[in-house]
Design a protein around this ligand. Structure first.
Ligand code: LRH
Length: 489
């Protein structure tokens, strides 16, 4: 049997264990376990239930053992920015708080009132999002923080529980907005600002570092395969971009899941004035790359609508209903903070439209179309912005992740952005996770070869721009955004 690799890929709304094997240059993927994820109110805050996540990982591993895999490699990726505080006893202090919790509402403005944004950006090259780890740590109780032995990003913490070994992996660590681009380390001034010491973060490691075997104690509780954990590109977006089969030098990516992460891969960070003004980020990637991108609200909006319709319709049913409605019936700034964690997404969208004298969407189809058409407009605007900042034209957009299955959104995006769209694979994140493991174990030589394996294993769908279909709509939307207040620093 060929070597078996397991990707533990956990997003904000679901997690999965995917088994990957390589056979004659083709990747075979099998979903072995899937579970729901989400935060709940606990002890005054929106928190992730980390024990339940651990439990799901063990359940998944037991299934893998039952399926006949006795010896596997395993990598973990999750969403970014959130962390677990670990006490002197080696245990979590509390369940980690979600980045969507209201606690950071004013933290960024407070912290940056005496450390200017331009100063932080020069050092870190990271976009200003009010939930970055820097601002989350700023809200922590100082005494509690001083007594904390370790501050661990979520995937590093999961690896630590599994193996007993603690590291801080760079792709995810960069989303703290506390890594110094030039020094390649946590920045002392920023650490001081939030009353944290260098050594509270376990040692920094690159993606592709072997973490160790799963601890004996877990084998005494669960029936697990022999498992070696590899620290992959632990930030899910870093894994997704690795798993994107872009070709040439000027391709853009859109990692389309709970968030829409739109950008391009660079070898040198771009943290000049235009990037700063446009609030673009330079997240660290595996093997010395940078993800130059922007966070856009994404499918989170549709996920919320779906729940609010009592999960009566699947995502594809919602898309079919949306297709029967005309696009662009209303303009919405999808990146408005009010959509980040509203009590009710349907009502928030409707209230927004009323306040802006835009047509109010009522039916599931209208609401879904309102989100998709405005996401596509937002993407198109940012592609122009990317071209302007980079000083060259991006010539293709690779859409990956669950959102790459929404043909309606792919076509709208292609036409509005006037760019060729390649859609797929949907499981790019798990694939990128597996790729780093395979490179570490010498089954694949490098990213370029890995991307070829992906191209050979997964057909992508192409969407071409339809000429002159929507006339001036993008310009009108850009005028709307300009009066609305764009996402700039
Ligand atoms: C996507 C993601 C994104 C981060 C956000 C917190 O899952 O990791 O890259 O900005 O979650």
């Amino acid at each position: 049997m060929s070597k078996a690799y397991v990707a533990v890929d956990i997003g904000a709304s679901s997690g999965r264990l995917m088994l990957g094997t390589l056979d004659k240059g083709k990747l075979q993927l099998q979903e072995m376990h899937r579970f729901k994820n989400g935060f709940t109110k606990e002890n005054g805050h929106d928190r992730w239930n980390i024990e339940s996540i651990m439990n799901e990982i063990f359940v998944g591993l037991e299934k893998i053992k039952k399926a006949g895999y006795d010896d596997v490699q395993l990598g973990i990726d999750t969403w970014a920015v959130d962390y677990v505080l670990v006490g002197m006893d080696g245990k979590k202090v509390e369940d980690p708080i979600s980045y969507r919790d209201a606690r950071t509402k004013n933290a960024m403005e407070e912290l940056t009132s005496d450390l200017p944004k331009s100063y932080i950006y020069k050092k870190t090259g990271i976009q200003f999002l009010n939930f970055n780890t820097l601002y989350q740590l700023y809200t922590e109780n100082r005494e509690e923080l001083a007594e904390t032995d370790k501050i661990m990003m979520i995937p590093d913490y999961i690896g630590y529980v599994l193996t007993g070994n603690a590291v801080t992996e760079v792709t995810n660590a960069s989303t703290t907005q506390m890594l110094n681009l030039r020094e390649g380390l946590f920045d002392n001034n920023l650490l001081d600002k939030v009353h944290v010491q260098q050594d509270q973060f376990p040692r920094l490691v690159e993606s592709g570092t072997i973490l160790g075997k799963i601890r004996h104690k877990w084998h005494t509780i669960y029936d697990l395969p022999e498992t070696e954990v590899i620290t992959v590109a632990t930030h899910d977006t870093a894994s997704a971009v690795l798993g994107t089969p872009g070709e040439g030098d000027h391709w853009a990516f859109l990692s389309s899941g709970t968030w829409s992460l739109l950008g391009t891969e660079l070898n040198v960070p771009e943290n000049g004035e235009l990037a700063f003004q446009g609030n673009y980020t330079n997240e660290w990637g595996a093997y010395g790359t940078y993800r130059f991108l922007k966070n856009i609200m994404g499918l989170w909006m549709v996920q919320n609508l779906k729940h609010e319709f009592d999960d009566k319709y699947s995502f594809s049913e919602l898309a079919s209903m949306a297709e029967k409605v005309s696009p662009f019936e209303q303009f919405i700034n999808v990146n408005d903070d009010r959509f980040a964690n509203p009590e009710n997404m349907t009502k928030e969208i409707q209230a927004y439209c009323k306040e802006h004298n835009e047509k109010v969407p009522e039916t599931p189809g209208e609401l879904t179309m309102a989100v998709y058409s405005n996401l596509a407009l937002y993407y198109a605007n940012e592609i122009q912005e990317l071209n302007r900042i980079l000083g060259y034209e991006l010539d293709a957009l690779n859409i990956v992740g669950g959102g790459s299955n929404v043909a309606l959104l792919n076509q709208l995006t292609s036409t509005l952005s006037n760019i060729k769209v390649y859609a797929g694979p949907g499981e790019a994140t798990a694939i990128g996770n597996l790729m780093v493991q395979m490179i570490t174990k010498n089954d694949i030589n490098n990213i370029a070869e890995g991307r070829k394996v992906i191209r050979d294993s997964y057909p992508v769908k192409t969407f071409k721009p339809e000429t002159n279909k929507y006339g001036n709509t993008l310009h009108e939307y850009q005028d709307f955004l300009n009066t609305e207040g764009r996402d700039t620093v």
